[in-house]
Design a protein. Structure first.
Length: 255
């Protein structure tokens, strides 16, 4: 009997050694704390970008876990001289555009597709000209000469539909879902479907059928009909421009 009691006592001691501790409400030792899961709280991003629409800035706000709402402004200024049917034009490119996008991240990663809209805030392309006296040029296929007494002057502009739908895709989430990640570098490709450009040409002064002979004002109905024909010719030559390519890259900072 004594031998049995000794073996029972040793077995209980061994079990006590390997027993899992149990915490009671009265225990002085607190249970281990659960790991803290940090959630990303940043929802607003401002950024700068460069694209074929010029240099610009944008702001993005997280809408859902898979979507952002984004808006931006672009501007570009560029000047050059070009010749069209014997007339030298001083051209000016003045892009002032606003854009808005709804970014969709199908797999909640960096790849996204972004339907949107592009709005022109100013006349994109303007031009001015002065035709020296006795210089020949054509309007709608008809040859004229600038009157040396009252030379031909003119201005023109090329406009697009004021608002155009856009479709882009790219990589990089401006509003990163990763905690403590503030900087992002998004890249986008796509197009704006702005419609065919429309040229407007306004001339002043006198035109002649030959140098200094049979000169009439550019307001003459026959001359004006040739001005309209010249506008149509310009429009046809720019019909390919109805789809404007979008290539952009930028840097964003999340607050």
């Amino acid at each position: 009997m004594k031998s049995f009691l000794r073996r029972f006592t040793c077995s209980c001691a061994l079990l006590a050694t390997f027993a899992i501790p149990v915490y009671s409400q009265n225990s002085s030792t607190p249970p281990p704390e659960a790991p803290v899961v940090r959630e990303d709280s940043g929802r607003v991003v401002v950024g700068v970008m460069v694209s074929l629409l010029g240099a610009g800035a944008e702001i993005a706000v997280r809408a859902t876990h898979h979507t952002n709402v984004r808006a931006g402004f672009n501007m570009i200024d560029y000047s050059r001289t070009f010749n069209k049917d014997g007339v030298a034009y001083n051209g000016q490119l003045n892009f002032r555009t606003l854009e808005a996008h709804y970014d969709i991240f199908p797999w909640a990663r960096s790849f996204h597709v972004s339907p949107g809209v592009l709005v022109y805030a100013a006349n994109p392309i303007t031009a001015t000209t002065t035709v020296p006296g006795n210089q020949s040029f054509t309007l709608g296929g008809v040859t004229y000469y600038s009157d040396p007494t009252t030379p031909v002057t003119g201005n023109g502009k090329i406009t697009f539909n004021q608002a155009a739908p856009m479709a882009t895709f790219g990589w990089g989430n401006l509003v990163s879902r990763k905690p403590n990640k503030h900087f992002t570098v998004p890249v986008e490709l796509g197009a704006a479907f702005q419609g065919s450009p429309k040229a407007t040409l306004a001339l002043a002064g006198n035109v002649c059928n030959s140098p200094g002979v049979n000169c009439v004002s550019t307001s003459d109905p026959t001359v004006q009909s040739n001005v309209v024909a010249e506008q149509n010719k310009i429009n046809n030559s720019m019909s390919f421009f109805k789809v404007y390519p979008i290539i952009s890259a930028g840097v964003g900072y999340k607050f």
